[in-house]
Design a protein around this ligand. Structure first.
Ligand code: SMN
Ligand code: MG
Length: 347
């Protein structure tokens, strides 16, 4: 899917989102839907091949999604439940839960015991690495739809450039609007301490992935030293790694990603861990399904809103006054706009 606004991160600029659409047809005649964000177009056929392997492993099974996860985890133990294997399993798991909620005639949030509610969202479209003036202009435009929070990407070549971008954006936004920043792992611990201290008095909502995502010791040092909350989680691989991060006090906030945490099954375990540790939990991408899951997350914080899938959805997620509206219809609410899918499809 072409992105309306390019996402210029410190690692790469992403201009289009390679999405892999999953239809899970059940013998009962119900079709569950989900999609995966493949990061690279080349990953899509590989994940698709793994989904074929999953299908062969579970076809004919009559057990709940969590048990299917366990069966697949045993099946893939030798290659390892990691990387794109885990992404394929997550996409399958999400489609299973959608089918289950469709069969029950309930929104996923309700199936999981939650009440329909609005979920506070921040606008995470665009706002990549760019000159201060351009960033301020774009930040202002991102408030359309009533958003009261936006996320700015950082990790410019110099501290001075990062600080200039933060100040320009902060100055342009109304005081009540929250501003998050995301370094996408650009810095060393030393650089992160220096830049973190430089932006610590700018009133930021969080500093995301300042350093390598799996350097929990380094993250813990930053979380201790900086006044601004440290946010990590989009790279947590399964709930176990989130538990490790929290045990290491690596962050103040967590934001697991549906396709890396293990789908709906993994998310539920992660939400429990966050609740035990009393850590605010946000989502990463996949706003349509994440909204349902945040509704049943005791320490729910923010929904990350991106519109990348909107053009191929029959009914895109609605944002009203900066909050995601969980649809009333059964399932996750994800179903394809078939004409649009034909228009954008790659294979
Ligand atoms: C991000 C998301 C997806 C692709 C690249 C970067 C970013 C975010 O880290 O948190 O939105
Ligand atoms: Mg991020």
């Amino acid at each position: 899917m072409p992105m309306k606004l390019p996402l210029g991160t410190s690692a790469a600029t992403i201009r289009s989102a390679p999405l892999l659409l999953i239809d899970l047809d059940t013998e009962e005649g119900i079709t569950g839907h989900s999609y995966l964000f493949c990061y690279l177009p080349a990953a899509a056929p590989a994940i698709s091949a793994l989904l074929g392997e999953i299908e062969r492993a579970v076809k004919g099974e009559r057990v709940a999604p969590a048990e299917l996860w366990g069966k697949l985890a045993r099946r893939f133990r030798l290659i390892g439940v990691q990387g794109i294997v885990r992404m394929a399993m997550s996409g399958f798991d999400i489609a299973c839960w959608d089918a289950l909620a469709l069969a029950a005639g309930k929104p996923l949030a309700a199936l999981l015991g939650g009440a329909p509610r609005r979920i506070r969202a921040y606008n995470s479209n665009g706002l990549g690495l760019m000159a201060p003036g351009a960033a301020a202009d774009e930040a202002e435009r991102l408030l359309e739809g009533g958003f009261r929070a936006v996320k700015l990407r950082l990790g410019h070549p110099t501290l001075r450039a990062d600080l200039a971008a933060v100040r320009a954006v902060r100055k342009r936004l109304p005081d009540a609007v929250e501003l998050m920043v995301d370094f996408n792992q650009a810095l060393s611990v030393t650089e992160a301490l220096e830049r973190g201290r430089a932006i610590d008095s700018e009133g930021l909502a969080w500093i995301e992935e300042p350093i390598r995502h799996d350097d929990f010791r380094g993250c813990a040092e930053l979380a201790r030293e900086l006044a601004t909350p440290v946010q990590i989680g989009e790279n947590f691989s399964l709930p176990e790694q989130m538990a490790e991060a929290l045990a290491a006090k690596a962050c103040d906030f967590v934001m697991p990603d549906l396709e890396r945490i293990g789908g709906v099954t993994g998310w539920q375990r992660a939400a429990k861990i966050a609740a035990e540790r009393k850590r605010p939990m946000s989502s990463h991408l996949f706003p349509e399904t994440s909204a349902h899951l945040l509704a049943v997350t005791p320490t729910r914080h923010y929904l990350e809103y991106v519109d990348w899938a909107s053009a191929i959805l029959a009914e895109p997620l609605r944002i009203v006054d900066g909050e995601a509206v969980i649809p009333d219809r059964p399932g996750t609410g994800v179903a394809w706009n078939e004409d649009a899918v034909q228009r954008y499809r790659m294979v």
